[in-house]
Design a protein around this ligand. Structure first.
Ligand SMILES: [Zn+2]
Length: 217
């Protein structure tokens, strides 16, 4: 079966999930590839990601990945078969995939925008007609509950997602709410692909969907 594997929030200990990645068509990583975003960490991730036995490897940055915010992409060696999305889209084998690293502001991290007008402007760039949306943070009230039982997703992201209706919306960021759910009223499958738990232990499994489940008709 032609399938897509979703992972996220590996924070530098990606080798811990390697045995569960059986290769194939495509893997998508929804950000936080490092713990502190240093160049060395990003290069280490890229070397590993590029070596995985998938035909296509797509990733975005997350709030920990400072290096991808602070340096131009040419600073890193992107291996062949690896595609980095930053408020941009790629079409692979008929699948339109759009990725954005932004989260609503909290603390002092990378790729953050204030809730409201500022972040809504980022989401307004997500085009209509995409099959898979990859963002680092979740939309409001969907797989977005943290340890303190606070829903920390983005309301403006949810509004945009409900308008453009991708087939899949994958994210991470909130380690505590790993899992997936299908909203039949919206016709969208939401995936929180965080592999690390709240204690940064790599215990959550990769999530898979078939090509057909990811493609808008
Ligand atoms: Zn994380």
């Amino acid at each position: 079966m032609k399938k897509i594997t979703f992972i996220s929030d590996t924070h530098g200990i990606h080798k811990d999930i390697e045995s569960q990645l059986d290769g194939g068509f495509m893997i998508i990583h929804a950000g936080d590839v490092t713990s502190m975003g240093h160049t060395k960490e990003i290069r280490g991730f890229l070397k590993w990601f590029g070596s995985l036995p998938y035909q296509y490897k797509v990733f975005i940055a997350g709030n920990h990945d400072f290096g991808l915010q602070n340096y131009p992409l040419e600073h890193f060696n992107i291996p062949s078969g690896v595609f980095y999305l930053q408020d941009s889209m790629i079409e692979i084998d008929g699948l339109k995939i759009y990725g954005s690293p932004y989260c609503p502001t909290f603390g002092r991290w990378a790729f953050m925008k204030n809730r409201g007008k500022e972040i809504a402007e980022v989401w307004s760039k997500i085009p209509e007609g995409i099959d898979i949306l990859v963002t680092h943070g979740p939309p409001m009230d969907i797989l977005d509950m943290n340890l303190y039982e606070v829903n920390c997703g983005c309301k403006d992201l949810l509004a945009r997602v409900e308008t453009i209706k991708p087939k899949i919306h994958v994210f991470g960021h909130i380690h505590e709410n790993h899992g997936s759910m299908h909203s039949s009223s919206r016709g969208i499958t939401f995936i929180n692909a965080s592999n690390l738990n709240e204690d940064y232990q790599c215990v959550n499994k990769p999530i898979y969907r078939s090509y057909e489940d990811c493609k808008k008709i």
